[in-house]
Design a protein. Structure first.
Length: 136
């Protein structure tokens, strides 16, 4: 498994509307999608910059993963996501190499992608996500 590209960089924000305004009005990039991922208790906004996307993440519940992250560390870079051909296969390969996983199997994420996270204790402190197209 070799990542195809950086799929996106996830940034935890306290207020999606304010953060969208910064990217649009200050940086001049347009938000192309806003989506709620209910099971992850998050609302997302996406921006395309070159070949990479920025994903803003606003918690919809203080007890959700982003809510807890912001309470503990504050807003900022939350994770880096790599595009892979097969998320389940990629998770299995890195687990066999001794990487601790958050997700042992892929699950639905934003933009119709399958996702799986690696634990930051095994990745030099960087929360790492694998993303790929839904399996047919």
């Amino acid at each position: 498994m070799i990542p195809k590209s950086i799929e996106h960089i996830g940034i935890a924000v306290e207020n999606l509307e304010t953060s969208i305004a910064y990217y649009e009005q200050i940086l001049g990039v347009k938000c192309y999608a806003i989506e709620e991922v209910a099971d992850q208790k998050v609302k997302t906004a996406f921006f395309k910059i070159g070949e990479t996307k920025i994903e803003l993440l606003e918690s919809t519940d203080p007890e959700g993963p982003i809510g807890k992250y912001i309470a503990k560390k504050g807003p900022g870079v939350h994770h880096i996501a790599f595009a892979v051909e097969d998320v389940d296969q990629a998770l299995q390969e890195v687990e066999e190499k001794g990487v601790k996983l958050i997700d042992s199997k892929s699950r639905p994420g934003a933009e119709g992608l399958q996702i799986g996270f690696l634990h930051p204790k095994s990745t030099g402190g960087v929360l790492t996500e694998f993303c790929g197209k839904n399996k047919l």
